[in-house]
Ligand binder design. Sequence first.
Ligand code: NAP
Length: 447
Amino acid sequence: MLDSTLQATYDQVLRRNPGEPEFHQAVREVFESLEVIQGKYPEYNDRSILMRMCEPERQIIFRVPWVDDKGEVQVNRGFRVEYNSALGPYKGGLRFHASVNLGIVKFLGFEQIFKNSLPGLPIGGGKGGSDFDPHGRSDGEVMRFCQSFMTELHRHLGEYPDVPAGDIGVGAREIGYLFGQYKRLTNRYEAGVLTGKGLDWGGSLVRKEATGYGAAIFADEMLRARGSSFEGRRVAVSGSGNVALYAIEKTHQLGGVPITASDSSGYVVDEDGIDLDLLKQIKEVERGRIHEYAERRGGSARFVKDGCVWDVPVAIAIPSATQNELNADAARTLVKNGVEAISEGANMPCTPEAVSVFRQADVAFGLGKAANAGGVATSALEMQQNASRDTWSFEHTEERLTQIMKNIHTTCLETAEEAGRPGDYVVGANVAGFRKVADAMIAFGVI
Ligand code: NAP
């Protein structure tokens, strides 16, 4: 049970947003963290900051009609939830996946508010997407879908109001088609309207790598804070998309041995360490399936169809596929096998029950808002480069990213300490993220 003020607000959120379990879960986690500051800042309650923060500033839902390769008309649903602009333009990715609905977009948008506050860059929170499933679709179909999606969405976007990026199912190809249509409709070469762009047309070096790199750097910081390191340690990564590939790359660079990768069809274990060139070839270039890795790698690499990637004994885990992919049973198995640190590359990949297993076992637990904030932080660096019409080197941008991740780690630890919960990254990230947004909202009055 929450404190009575928080509980009353939470009950109102439940009443007002029925049938949206992922959104409720995300709100509940933040509220539980905020218990430690309840009563300390009465102005937050007096001005109904939490209730206002839970209600998106604007929610856009639209029809996305397009024609498939057989000439048949398909209809999808598009979403953009412009959640909170207290700290800057709405910023957050677009997800194209069959499971996308309003509740999922709201959970992601709500998380994004606090995540975007942590790096200390001027960005608000938003999220969007569609129930369009790009798997098995031709390039032409993906292009026509993206063009139709942007035909409606473009009127809500811009360098100042709202700047989307990629997420599940939206990578460089989709951002290209979306940007092309935006440019055509508006007759403006407004590079700052989308991030994750190609390097020849306004993109930033390191943006592609940033989320995965950041999650591994955050794990490294948590390990160092405990006098430990990646050196020679076995690491499990789930997923094999944008975040997972670059979490694996940075893990290699930090001296760890990443031994797993997965997709929705199963997972692979490679005791010799994942061959990243091969995995990138299959996943980034050929858009293939994960079993092909084991077949082409040979040796001790194996594909497991119906198992759980978290059964593999490891010291560090970086879940990087999707929400609620790591439950309490998986957490208990990881703990039994001696896991030391979890860094969430994905958004909310661990269920609340799994998180409490890790906390009770004193495992270092880096929640997604902090651990995967490197992606959106580098998007903000892309916006800076676009605004100044400049291009930074890989080394400079990576140095900025590394420093941002270290600062987020320090902020989490310092805030947790102040709140009387030393070492609790969940409390640290939620309280630090919340306070900055809340203070800005108070400055703006009731709007
Ligand atoms: P992505 O490139 O589309 O890759 C997603 C990966 O996860 C794929 O391997 C996919 O396998 C797997 N996956 C997706 N849904 C799954 C499910 N229900 N069960 C099992 N596997 C599933 O997406 P991404 O950009 O890497 O995003 C991964 C996670 O990171 C998401 O939670 C996203 O919100 C979060 N995130 C991304 C960024 C970013 O910069 N991209 C930033 C912050 C957080 P299939 O291909 O088989 O579906």
